[in-house]
Design a protein around this ligand. Sequence first.
Ligand code: ADP
Length: 175
Amino acid sequence: MADSNQKERVGIYPGTFDPITLGHADIIRRGSKLVDRLVIGVTTNPSKNPMFDTDERLAMVKREVAAMGLSNVEVVGFNALLVKFANKTGASVILRGLRAVADFEYEYQMAGMNQQLDDDIETVFLMADVSLQPIASKLVKEIAMFGGDIGPFVSPAVKHQVDARVAETGQRGDY
Ligand code: ADP
């Protein structure tokens, strides 16, 4: 995308990734084709109480991205206003995934407010493959806690980590 006269186009894909799912991975794969460099920002200060702490989520996302073999994708932690993180990274694009209507209102508000904070940064919404669209980290955790198989929604390594965490914290229900 960048030629000698053109500035490198950098995108950021922010999220909690608690845990990273096949839906996230699909957005990363699609997004990496749209920009020269894609920086995945793993939030280190999520408002929710995460199942995995910052270091665990960072390591998990790094491992999943490495397995995807995408040379223009890097993973960093961030704890800042999104537009500030974008500026620091040199990004002109914020990538977000859009699932069904449920995501729309929050994403619409966030994109609108970020536009007011910095009008030079564009939010771009991508849709995951139809089969991966319903996947949400929150539901993956709930399914695992109730003893369901999360294999269709996450990589085998992530499944192993989530199941191990559920076993450790004894939250499994058998009904
Ligand atoms: P947040 O904590 O900000 O909601 P997440 O880590 O859950 O962040 O997700 C990061 C981004 O990935 C969000 O834009 C979210 O809508 C998107 N996303 C998550 N799962 C999917 C999916 N299955 N298909 C498309 N986009 C998704």
